[in-house]
Design a protein. Sequence first.
Length: 182
Amino acid sequence: MISVLIQNWWAFVIRGVLAVVFGLIALFEPGVTMLSLVLVFAAYAVADGVFAIVSAVRAAKAHERWGWLALEGVVDIAAGAVAVAMPGITVVFFVWLLAVWAIVTGICMLAVAFKIDTDHGRWWLVLGGLASTVYGLMLVAAPMIGALVLTWWIGAYALVFGVAMLIAAFRLRAKVQTLKAA
């Protein structure tokens, strides 16, 4: 699996940049309505899902493990589709949707991290997976939080996740450079 991740280090950059941008918007525009947040989340989740599925397909072509990446991608896209199909959903439903999405994708990312047979970016993937899982559990613990606090939570989560993805990407890219030099 590490060879596929190394070859696709750029996908981690895109995921990281999207997460950081999403996090900054959520933190600095807290007055955004929940409807806007739902639609922004949907776009992010679908894009993230597409990149996870692309990684899974490439892993499958390389005869490497791909199931967890594919599951993450399907969950991402399904969460985005539900958000678009039901834009007027209540805050509580949206909180639960986010919670389930964050927990499932976090667990998938942790599973991927521990399937890697080398340390190139593993612990940054673990950090991203833990951030996602903890964020989801926090939402489950306090589903009636206000929209402002939800915005801050999702912003903080997206920033941590995005930075973790960017660091993992550049660790993987360094491995590419090492392999080319050898």
